[in-house]
Design a protein around this ligand. Structure first.
Ligand code: TAP
Length: 477
């Protein structure tokens, strides 16, 4: 018997759909259906927009400090649901338990908590430029937040926290594959006592709900994270009402490893970066660029390390990679691996076959291609699976030329034994976020892309500013 989920959170109330169109959820670790979810209809989506519009003036009128008090309650309620959130991510996405705890849940809760500190920095709303001119930051209005499935909680928090702190009200439309995480967030919002209409959640398909939201006259801003293809579509839909559109899109990030005495450390880190979350990470360092003098060694280290990473059922001890999220995603990655072989790349680890010892789940072994050149499709397109391409370069200029020869510009990593080289490489890559050597993720670093990777920034103080309009008030002499 499938669990039936018929719940949407609109205007502070839980709403159901009378005769719903059901979407079935499949556990990616087993291939078994476990729940079905009622899709919101157009009427409910419009109710959600209307609720957010009505709630906006009062929410916007609060001070940053007052909104931060609500957000502190919200964070507390999310923390109370930590285990539930972890289990939702494990079930929906197939993320290994440890990764779900540390990266999928604790990390975004920390990012949310950082926003409380921004409230003090933002309290000075007005800037007196001269006797006649004042500038005021005001919330942009009602925001549609459309999020993907790959880091379900992180993606929601990266939009929700800054939007609410800035004074916006929101309608959240999460990916259809990850509704349970979003429902947990709605329960926390309710328990935190957010005023009715400030936060609304509608579940359903992107092509239906997404189109209503991005074309809606009462939505002032759409903040979208997902594929470049859908981002382009949303921008077109939103053009009819000239609304603000913030896009966080795909990537094909480069990891430039300059000649180093710490090659094994660098290569292992690069392999783990791509394989984490089964490669379903927009910032994945999917192109590793190695100096020709160290290329063969790097390939051998990468293959050995990829083969050592355990693939398995998410609850098992020691598992590094779970399954891909869906059969469609599995088939897409499989096609890319076959394409790599047909393009002449050399497979040195993994491959396209399902792993039969793991039953009917969508598991793919960590896969590494050597002898990849940058014009191959596997080096140009986002695979969104556990597939690493290793490329060789001649000198620093060649490395930067290859790194930048991409329609994307989301992120990257550089590795060098001396900081001057690392700085030069970091400065030379056209992307929004660059890590040096083994630097870990930073929850306050503004995050967003150059080129076709998007146009806004999330996280940090800059992430909040995306949700402001700027008003100039000019007085008489
Ligand atoms: P998409 O298929 O683009 O879906 C993302 C969201 O958009 C989902 O909620 C989806 O709903 C919705 N959507 C689909 N069609 C829509 C439409 N016509 N109008 C409005 N919304 C629509 O991406 P995905 O497969 O979930 O995620 C993977 C992609 O996201 C990758 O390309 C990855 O690089 C990118 N990504 C980027 C970032 C950043 S921060 N740059 C972070 C994570 C992921 P449904 O689920 O109902 O289809």
């Amino acid at each position: 018997m499938l669990q039936r989920i018929n719940a949407h959170y609109v205007n502070g109330q839980w709403r159901t759909i009378a005769a719903p169109d059901w979407h079935t959820l499949v556990n990616p670790a087993s291939g078994e259906a476990y729940a079905c979810v009622a899709r919101a209809d157009a009427g409910l989506v419009n109710d959600a927009v209307s609720a957010a519009s009505h709630a906006f003036p009062a929410w916007a009128a609060l001070s940053f400090g007052q909104r931060a008090e609500y957000l502190a309650q919200f964070i507390y309620q999310l923390q109370q649901r930590r285990d539930e959130l972890v289990e939702a991510v494990v079930t929906e996405l197939g993320a290994p338990l440890w990764f779900a705890r540390e990266v999928h849940v604790d990390d975004p809760l920390d990012a949310f908590a950082k926003h409380l500190g921004y409230a003090d920095m933002l309290s000075n709303e007005q800037l007196q430029l001269d006797a006649r001119l004042k500038l005021r930051k005001e919330p942009v209005g009602v925001c549609a937040l459309i999020t993907p499935w790959n880091y379900p909680l992180h993606q929601i928090i990266a939009k929700l926290a800054p939007a609410l702190l800035a004074g916006c009200t929101v309608v959240l439309k999460p990916a259809e594959l990850t509704p349970k995480t979003a429902l947990c967030v709605a329960m926390a919002a309710e328990a935190a006592g957010l005023p009715a209409g400030v936060f609304n959640l509608v579940l359903g398909s992107g092509s239906q709900i997404g189109d209503i939201l991005s074309g809606h006259a009462d939505i002032d801003c759409v903040s979208f994270t997902g594929s470049t293809e859908i981002g382009r579509h949303i921008q077109q839909q939103a053009a009819a009402t000239i609304k603000r559109v913030c896009l966080e899109l795909g990537g094909k990030s480069a990891f430039v490893i300059s000649p180093t005495t710490r090659l094994a450390e660098a290569v292992r880190l690069g392999v783990e970066d791509v394989m984490a979350n089964s490669g379903q990470t927009c910032t994945a360092l999917s192109r590793m660029l190695v100096h020709h003098s160290q290329y063969d060694d790097a390939v051998a280290i990468a293959a050995a390390h990829a083969n050592s990473l355990k693939v398995g059922e998410p609850h098992q001890e020691g598992v590094f990679l779970g399954p891909l999220i869906s059969q469609a995603q599995y088939q897409s990655v499989q096609r890319y691996i076959e394409l790599g072989l047909s393009e002449g790349a050399r497979l040195v680890a993994g491959g396209a076959e399902l792993l039969p010892q793991l039953g009917d789940g969508y598991y793919i072994a960590p896969t590494v291609f050597a002898e990849v050149h940058n014009q191959m499709q596997i080096a140009r397109e986002e695979i969104f699976g556990p597939v690493l391409c290793i490329l060789s370069y001649q000198d620093e200029a060649d490395a930067l030329r290859i790194a930048n020869d991409s329609p994307y510009g989301l992120s990257g990593r550089v590795w060098a034994d001396d900081d001057a080289t690392a700085e030069r490489l970091a400065g030379g890559i056209r992307a929004g976020l660059i890590f040096k050597n083994a630097a870990p993720w930073h929850n306050a670093a503004p995050f967003g892309g150059y080129k076709q990777s998007g146009n806004g920034r999330e996280l940090g103080l800059k992430g909040v500013e995306e949700y402001f309009e700027l008003k100039a008030i000019v007085a008489e002499d």
